[in-house]
Design a protein around this ligand. Structure first.
Ligand code: PAF
Length: 286
């Protein structure tokens, strides 16, 4: 596996791969790989001839006071994991090379990026779309694989790709969970032992909603959201950012369930660790 560190060297390599007729698959990440990331790499390897994994903790998507400075980082550890998976190139640029000293462009996807995580983290998705557009130009992929755990991020990126005519197939890949049910995330490394029960309340809320939808029982959107809030707020360490049931395409709140309803959760544990989770409910109210 080759490690590339500058945008110019990366783009040169990508142009050469394309000239050699290779189909490029991209997995954009911020590193501290876990099984969820590795599953995205495997998916990209199934779909493409060459796989590029990017590792860049993007300052532009963190607000002041968020966890940019403590985001877990270990390049050697991540290199070893990516190499073991058979990744061809790990692209790990420095912030100074990504943004230079006079960067002025922002890509803003209207509507989809403003609610949910966008409301709790103003400017976050502008940082995501701007860096993802840059990564696309630097790595020239035919396809890119993103985790469905960041459901809103995936919707925002799909919209950007459509609106800006990127000739790139966007593939969403399912959430990978710990045996306990906890959705895998690099931020789980912030959790202390005595915060685990609180963290598990997100996946317990999801199971509760799935059980109701699978049983075919008639329940209102409000009833299910209230049930989930109760499960989460049993833990005094939890503060809810949102518990929402929305349409998977528009991200607008569902008033009644449809086959496209998705449950999205964001919860802060001890005001320190922000966790998100989601599930498609695929349930129609009769
Ligand atoms: O999901 C992430 O890890 C990041 O938001 C991404 C897509 C790599 C952009 O920095």
């Amino acid at each position: 596996m080759e490690v590339v560190t500058t945008p110019a060297a990366m783009q040169e390599q990508a142009i050469a791969l394309r000239a050699a007729g290779q189909k490029i698959g991209l997995v954009p990440t911020m590193g501290w790989f876990h099984e969820g990331h590795l599953s995205l790499m495997r998916k990209a390897m199934e779909e493409a001839d060459r796989v590029i994994v990017t590792l860049f903790v993007n300052p532009m998507q963190f607000a002041v006071g968020e966890d940019l400075d403590k985001y877990p980082h270990d390049l050697d550890r991540d290199c070893a994991l990516a190499e073991k998976e058979g990744v061809d190139i790990l692209y790990a640029p420095a912030a100074k090379d990504m943004y230079g000293t006079d960067f002025k462009t922002v890509i803003h996807v209207g509507g989809l990026s403003s609610g949910l995580c966008g409301a709790d983290r103003p400017g976050h998705f502008d940082g995501v779309t701007t860096v993802v557009a840059k990564l696309f130009h630097q790595t020239l992929p035919h396809l890119a694989v993103f985790g469905e755990k960041d459901f809103q991020q995936l919707a925002v990126i799909r919209q950007m790709v459509t609106d800006l005519d990127f000739p790139i197939e966007i593939i969403g890949h399912p959430i990978v969970r710990e045996k306990s049910g906890l959705a895998m995330s690099s931020r789980n490394s912030y959790l202390q032992h005595d915060e685990m029960a609180a963290a598990l309340s997100l996946s317990q809320g999801i199971e509760y909603a799935k059980d109701i939808s699978a049983s075919g029982a008639v329940a209102s959107v409000e009833h299910i959201k209230e049930g989930i809030r109760k499960i989460i707020l049993k833990h005094p360490q939890c503060a809810i950012d949102y518990v929402e049931i929305v349409d998977a395409l528009t991200l607008k709140p569902s008033v009644v369930f449809s086959q496209n309803s998705v449950l999205l959760l964001a919860v802060k544990i001890n005001q320190r660790v922000r966790l998100i989770d989601n599930t498609l409910l695929g349930y129609s109210e009769k």
